[in-house]
Design a protein. Structure first.
Length: 122
């Protein structure tokens, strides 16, 4: 039967543990349970930091979405106001054109009357 062999040596495990920032000390007055408790505290602190980062990222994301919605609403308001003003300008120009056309017929009528009066005097 093949005996289970560890994947890494003890020295490699100690080095990886130190690289990860975990220090396990086996002093006379300290137990493995104390080290595990400290490890739990470090994990909680790291989780707390991660939660803080999540909250900050979430707040930035919500702020960005809100700012985008406000900008789009402002743009929609601007576009609708511009459209209304454009339509009003077109309607005013249409009325001006109708007025000019009606004046044109009146001027033609007056001109014809004046021409007929002038031709009658001659």
């Amino acid at each position: 039967m093949i005996e289970n062999q560890p994947d890494i040596t003890l020295e490699q495990a100690i080095r990886k543990t130190k690289d990860a920032g975990i220090t396990l000390n086996f002093d006379k007055g300290q137990t493995v349970a104390g080290d595990l408790f400290q490890l739990q505290q470090d994990i909680r602190k790291t989780n707390s930091t991660i939660e803080h980062i999540k909250w900050v990222f979430g707040a930035i994301l919500i702020g960005s979405v809100f700012a985008t919605i406000v900008l789009l609403a402002d743009y929609a308001n601007f576009a609708s106001t511009a459209y209304i003003q454009f339509n009003q300008t077109i309607e005013e120009q249409n009325k001006d054109h109708e007025t000019v056309e009606s004046i044109k017929t009146d001027i033609e009528f007056i001109k014809n009357n004046l021409n007929s009066l002038n031709s009658g005097k001659k």
